[in-house]
Design a protein around this ligand. Structure first.
Ligand SMILES: Nc1ncnc2c1ncn2[C@@H]1O[C@H](COP(=O)(O)OP(=O)(O)OP(=O)(O)O)[C@@H](O)[C@H]1O
Length: 315
């Protein structure tokens, strides 16, 4: 049986009340936010995903869109329950953005959310690129594409650099892969979700070449490049997770390096979050080597990356 009163570690208080007691409490304490238990459980999926989304730096548009999708599915279910028409909007999506802007990470989270909401039976992510879909002879492509869709059933098929499927025009087998996917998107609309991802400009061009695709991807999400502050925050989170920190000098050097990279590299060749992960991993190895040679160190040394430990690409 429920305890009548329980303090949760997130600062909320859980109390068992009958309806009269609840009315009195709400009247006496109008500022009190009362969330019925059924509703707390009902929105648990969103809360869980919101927590994971909260750990991602920036991405405001994407976070808002995911909440809207959640609300839309939720309200549709409620409409169905009272006998109203429920929209059957397709949930296939297009993710536009440069490398390392979090597209795969978000696709994985969406799979998890839709699984929790019973939209997808498994919620897993199958990643594919052109070579996984396109075959070498007539009929081979349709077979390869069908096999991948089969693997993605109950989850998400995430096609990276999807624009490369449209590059060769009518005669290319890429076209056959697109046609096969489109056919399955319609036949098996509620069994899997297709996410096409790639650079913004190329994806826009891809859509222009395949006008029939526009209406099939009602959800288009932009993944902008990160600012220097956001990249530093992403790096900081990655370091914290591994129990490392940057010395003051190292932080300054890294920030200056990012400024240099972002002003001298073409945006499409900079890999945003992945670039930060690579720098951190290489620099941790370099710090380990320094400590090994140094032979005496304390806890602070074991945690700190100094400016000389940073391994930065010079392009
Ligand atoms: N907003 C963010 N907050 C924290 N970490 C992030 C964020 N965006 C990306 N990352 C990290 O950057 C790395 C690359 O992200 P991810 O693979 O999701 O990018 P992508 O857009 O799918 O790249 P690509 O298109 O090149 O495959 C991952 O380690 C991810 O955890």
């Amino acid at each position: 049986m429920d305890q009548p009163f329980r303090m949760k570690n997130n600062g909320q208080i859980s109390i068992v009340l009958n309806s009269q007691q609840r009315k009195t409490l709400e009247k006496e304490l109008p500022d009190l936010k009362v969330v019925p238990k059924e509703m707390q459980q009902e929105h648990a999926a969103l809360k869980e995903i919101e927590e994971e989304l909260g750990a991602l730096v920036g991405m405001d548009e994407m976070k808002k869109t995911i909440k809207e999708i959640y609300a839309w599915i939720y309200v549709n279910k409620k409409r169905e329950e009272v006998g109203l028409k429920a929209g059957k909007q397709a949930l296939h999506m297009m993710f536009k953005g440069n490398p390392g802007t979090g597209k795969t990470t978000v696709a994985r989270l969406i799979g998890k959310l839709f699984h929790r909401m019973n939209v997808l039976s498994k919620g897993h992510l199958i990643e594919a690129e052109r070579a996984d879909l396109v075959g070498e002879y007539i009929g081979h492509t349709a077979q390869k594409t069908r096999d991948l869709i089969k693997k993605a059933m109950g989850g998400i098929l995430f096609v990276d650099e999807a624009y490369s499927l449209g590059r060769g025009g009518e005669k290319d087998f890429g076209k056959e892969a697109i046609d096969t996917m489109v056919k399955h998107m319609e036949d098996k609309q509620h069994d899997f979700i297709l996410i096409l991802a790639g650079y913004s400009r190329e994806m826009d061009q891809f859509l222009t070449l395949n006008p029939g695709l526009y209406s099939r991807f009602p959800l288009v999400i932009d993944f902008p490049d990160y600012t220097i502050d956001q990249l530093m925050e992403i790096g900081g989170k990655m370091l914290k997770e591994k129990e490392y920190t940057l010395s003051h000098e190292a932080e300054k050097k890294l920030r200056e390096h990012l400024y240099w990279v972002k002003t001298s590299l073409s945006l499409t060749s900079f890999s945003n979050g992945r670039y930060m992960r690579n720098i951190i991993e290489k620099s941790i190895r370099s710090q380990s080597m320094r400590l090994l040679l140094q032979n005496h160190y304390d806890r602070h040394d074991l945690m700190t990356l100094r400016s000389n430990d940073l391994i930065l690409d010079d392009y």
